[in-house]
Design a protein around this ligand. Sequence first.
Ligand code: PEP
Ligand code: MG
Length: 758
Amino acid sequence: MERVGAASDRVLLRRLREVMAGTGSAQARLSLVVKVVAANMVAEVCSVYLLRAGEVLELFATEGLKPEAVHVTRLRTGEGLVGDIAAHARPLNLPDAQAHPQYAYRPETGEEIYHSFLGVPIMRASRVIGVLVVQNRTRRRYADEEVEALETVAMVISEVVGSGQLISREEIAEVDGIATLPHRLTGRVLAEGIAVGTAVLHEPHIVVEKTIAEDIGLEKRRLQKGVGQLRASVDEMMQATEQHIGSDSREVLETYRMFANDAGWLRKMHEAVESGLTAEAAVQKVQIDNRMRMQSVSDPYLKERLSDLDDLANRLLLHVIGRTGTAAAGKMPEDAILFARNMGPAELLDYEASRPKAVVLEEGSPTSHVAIVARSLGIPMLGRCEGAIRRVDFGDPVIVDADHGQIYIRPAEDIVAAFRKSLDDRREREAKYLGLRDLPAVTRCGETIRLKLNAGLLVDVGQVNAMAADGIGLYRTELLFMVRHTFPNLEAQVEIYSKVLDEAGERPVCFRTLDIGGDKVLPYMPRDGAEKEENPAMGWRAIRLALDRPAILKTQLRALLRAAAGRRLDVMFPMVAEAAELIRAKEIFERERRRLGRQGLKEPAEIRIGTMLEVPSLAFQLDAVLPQVDFISVGSNDLTQFLFAADRGSSRIADRYDPLSPPMLGFLRHVARACTAVGKPLAVCGEMAARPVEAMALIGLGVRELSMPASALGPVKEMVRSLAIPPLADYLEQIISLPDHSLRSRLMSFAQDHGVAI
Ligand code: PEP
Ligand code: MG
């Protein structure tokens, strides 16, 4: 059955097509468009405002307002209702416009007699280029059909503007923010590193050039064909991606497949074609509606799903237009720096062949799937770079400093030269470290230090052999859970952990049980009754959640035990604050181990159970803890935040306290002494272990195992091989009780004086 309003949409579009096909200037056509719209929508006013250089919206055509206001009335973006629509790229539907706090009265327009107001943004390639408004005297809220009809007209107007006759193409470009001036933007570091390269837009601007259909039957077939191609490409993507990160990403793509077959989505697009739009305009229209919904949604899970749908609409648009894929499908410059509003993990993996030098996202968060994958692949990534896409164009030179959260667009020559130099130095260092691969991590005094890797996806497990590390000292299992869309059941977990162990081969892997909760929320996990926490890092997280919801922990431990049948299994628990928690977790583990025997399943050949030490209280109960464990692993990231009461996510206090300070080193000395006294190994797996000076101090205190990201292995090994421990241990004893804020400079001087490579 035909949707109500489809017939009247068709009439409106037919009229607009006649206007568009007519002769006369673009300005004359625009003036006719507003007349047609006003008549068709029974509106007393219809006006078009277009964005000019300098973020100014100018009244370009009106039916109903005073004609002398045309090209005279101007509003800044953000100013008045029209400016508000442009600023937020969302419609406003108001029964009484004058009661709205944003209302800005312009006497030259004579608009004071109109009360109801409906405005929608005019978009071109996902940027706002103007605003289309209808107004009426009576106070009423416009119906959804009317909002949709006006959005359709906005697309037609976008086509007129795109012709370049109303506003010169140069000015449109300037409005887009693509100027020639250098820009420096800041963003949030999602994956560290530096890159100098050339801007590439992940989604090359898709501009719908033709909005109104000539032949509806033909457009239906084009849409149908595009949908078919889209489904096939999602299937292909599923096959290709599985090889990279295993079945986790398969689930991400399952969502894509589900959307690609979603009847509601397809029906809406068909209706839009029925109403007289071209296939591409129909896809875009539904996409715009979806984006509007996205803006009003606050639930992060729903937002992610809507953004998946947005991504799928982009892919469909490309199929319908006949262009293949995102920038990944085309020829990429060798030094591509990818700019995207946001992207999914599978999309980043699409660039595998032409691996980008860095990625800049306008959205994104450190726990987003794509950030996890970027870190695994060693691609520097910045997120939350607002306005980045508006300010770059394909081919612009760009520097991404994802160590300090900065991007330089079209930087001056001297800045490029400085960054190139630091990049060259970096490469030289990397080559040197590769040479150390097969040399043992033994100090000058003959002490072996175990250097291990931190991992969380299958891609980074592979590094353990490539780098000849001593194993994986911290396997953050929650990362695998975070790239999925449903909770992995027992079988799925067994499969994942087996793959990890297979990949690592002879090298041991220490699995840390789920550290979720707090800010690491799994969108699919019910937190029934859990209130929103003010300090989630100190909230219902990790072992706390695991003990309160033992079914999750049981399943995970059962899966680990099964995966490690006949092999060695290392397990540790996160955020343990007291011995009792550890004992309860161990009881659950033990029950699962015995169950294995009862079921006649093979046990692991060797089991080692440990605890993370990242909550300070645990250090005051070591006498009770040590007999319970085979090892302790210090999570210095959380430990630092809890010891100093300094939020690890706050950039404001990021450098306020130094781990190389008397309180932190004194604390660690206490733990190291207790472990040494009973012969239990002590490891450090937080970021502290990854920096050579810090690693040196840790070894000086008695730590013999360090676990770090792959990029840190070379520098730390070089330091280890140049170090003699006894003089360092003596020196630490002399300085550890000083009242200093930090011991860093003293330790650096020590390293310099003793030829330690830091
Ligand atoms: C830590 O806290 O130091 C740690 C290794 O765990 P995470 O960074 O995953 O919290
Ligand atoms: Mg931690």
